[in-house]
Design a protein around this ligand. Structure first.
Ligand code: F6R
Length: 301
């Protein structure tokens, strides 16, 4: 079980996905603020992770105490050294992102995901994951900083995306599978720094509600890496386009098929699909940042 709030919860969702996919261990992410009051059943043999940048989030701290009170152990995945959650857990890892200067948690998100990816690979290696496959994913993880730099050198049409979202009534973020939490994280960032109402849904849920909001020119930001659920995401894109939505697509650079579906296409370097959140989240952060600046918002507050 992985617990967190906001951005940390989104990292927890990706961690749960990685643990299940790689290690085949049932895994679930919880919102800390709902945890204690929902009277959860605690399995003392389960692994619990509390994920937090500040290490001071009261909801996450109270969830940790609740688990401990009921006989469970909690490992911290925390940025701030010596913080309350880190001390309360007394075990786990520091993610060493350095201080988060502004409100929005960005580099901490990446390091939370990276730490949970490393844990997933280790636990998977002790179970079903072969040595070669394990090495391949670790090598992929080591390449991520270079790939992020490569992307930052050529960010794609971020300013076109900013033009499409900055005066919108609302912005819809969609992604499937491991990209669903990335969509949530992108929406959170744009709301938090540019004050634009945003919705995020797993792409398959789009037709079960949010489609009602789409009209001519509605911006929809799709996160679609080249993975086994890509085709399903493309069909969701078709449905949005049929209603006149403006599609801003974040995809892998060698994916020509995806590009054809987009009004605005933002390519990121390719990597193993399990690591794509570390890359696809970056353009969403830049869109939030640049939109906030375009609207005259103080991104540091
Ligand atoms: C996102 C953000 C919040 C925090 C949440 C948890 O940019 O600032 O959603 O992620 O309040 O905070 P921590 O990680 O400090 O427990």
């Amino acid at each position: 079980r992985l617990l967190g709030c906001g951005t940390a919860k989104h990292a927890a969702e990706i961690g749960a996905f990685l643990i299940e996919s790689l290690a085949r261990v049932p895994s679930v992410a919880h919102i800390s603020s709902e945890f204690r009051t929902n009277e959860p059943v605690i399995n003392p043999n389960a692994l619990h992770f509390a994920i937090s940048q500040s290490g001071e989030t009261a909801d996450t701290l109270s969830a940790v105490k609740e688990i401990q009170l009921k006989g469970g152990q909690v490992h911290g995945v925390v940025n701030v050294v010596g913080s309350s959650i880190a001390r309360q857990c007394a075990r786990g890892v520091y993610i060493h992102s350095g201080p988060e200067q502004a409100v929005a948690s960005t580099k901490a998100f990446s390091n939370m995901v990276a730490a949970l990816a490393i844990f997933s690979i280790q636990i998977a290696r002790s179970r079903t994951l072969g040595k070669e496959k394990g090495k391949e994913i670790i090598n992929g993880l080591q390449q991520i900083p270079h790939l992020i730099e490569e992307y930052l050198d050529d960010q794609g049409p971020i300013m076109e995306a900013v033009e499409a979202v900055k005066d919108a009534k609302s912005v819809l973020f969609l992604g499937r599978g491991i990209s669903a939490p990335v969509a949530k994280e992108g929406a959170l960032k744009l709301m938090e720094v540019a004050y634009i109402p945003c919705l995020a849904y797993p792409a398959g849920e789009m037709k079960h509600g949010p489609i009602a909001l789409l009209e001519d020119g509605s911006p929809v930001i799709f996160i679609v890496p080249n993975d086994h659920v890509k085709e399903k995401s493309l069909s969701a894109i078709h449905e949005c386009r049929a209603r006149g939505a403006k599609i801003i697509l974040i995809h892998e650079e060698d994916d020509i098929e995806a590009t054809e579906e987009a009004d605005i296409s933002i390519p990121v370097p390719s990597c193993s699909y399990l690591l794509t959140p570390l890359l696809t989240v970056v353009p969403t952060q830049l869109i939030a940042y640049r939109t906030a600046l375009a609207l005259g918002c103080d991104v540091d507050r």
